[in-house]
Design a protein around this ligand. Structure first.
Ligand code: DX5
Ligand code: ZN
Length: 218
């Protein structure tokens, strides 16, 4: 199994002090920070863009920014996010008719590539060549757009299928994930867990991160 990675979603943080919220999670032992970029177009919500990511990277140089791009034109933001210090750039299969083109653009900009599918999208759209071209597959376990939604366990079937087809890839789950269902996610084959409400809303985030990690590493 690939290494367990815990990536708290900043959507559930106090966004008015984003840098210190990210630092707090690093101090609590997370691996990555999941930066939810929404453009009010691909999803009905607006969060942040490259100018904010730039400041976070300046203030927290050691951060690994796992950028989840919920945007209608994923190619458009690649250069800016790379310049801002994004490490990993995950775009939605549903947002483009040219996933191969977006993948090569991300690679040209020296970022890791993630490919996301929303709950209504079957895993079969990820062909062998697409799956092999990316570093990470993201299976959404809620409809993208808002934090704090209920986990959709039926999406884990797709995680299982993708884990069988792509044994060496990072497989991320995002939406309604926490200590209570981390085990289910890990059993299905996910090794990268995103959690917003469950970690930022926890009284002791360090404990929650440790619990989630030990479930995956079991
Ligand atoms: C949803 C976002 C998720 C979300 C996760 O559109 O992509 O990253 O913020 O938050 P929780 O864990 O609260 O569902
Ligand atoms: Zn996300």
């Amino acid at each position: 199994m690939s290494k367990c990675i815990i990536s708290p979603s900043v959507l559930a943080s106090d966004l008015s002090k984003l840098s210190s919220e990210c630092q707090r999670m690093i101090d609590n032992g997370c691996d990555w920070l999941h930066m939810d970029v929404m453009d009010g177009n691909f999803v009905p919500n607006i969060t942040m863009g490259a100018p904010i990511l730039t400041w976070v990277k300046k203030n927290v140089p050691e951060i690994f920014m796992d950028c989840h791009m919920m945007v209608a034109d994923p190619a458009k933001w690649v250069p800016e996010v790379a310049k801002a210090g994004g490490k990993s750039y995950t775009f939605h299969y549903e947002a483009t008719s040219d996933p191969e083109g977006v993948i090569s653009l991300i690679k040209q900009h020296d970022m890791l590539v993630g490919l996301a599918i929303s709950p209504e999208t079957p895993a079969s759209v990820i062909t062998e060549s697409l799956g092999n071209a990316v570093d990470m597959l993201l299976v959404m376990t809620v409809r993208p757009g808002h934090g704090g939604q209920k986990f959709m366990p039926e999406c884990l079937e797709k995680v299982k299928e993708l884990r069988e087809r792509f044994p060496g890839k990072n497989i991320q789950v995002d939406g309604g994930v926490g200590s209570g269902n981390a085990c289910q996610c890990a059993r299905a084959g996910s090794n990268v867990l995103v959690a917003g409400t469950a970690i930022f809303g926890a009284e002791d985030p360090k404990k929650t991160i440790q619990e989630m990690r030990s479930t995956v590493d079991q």
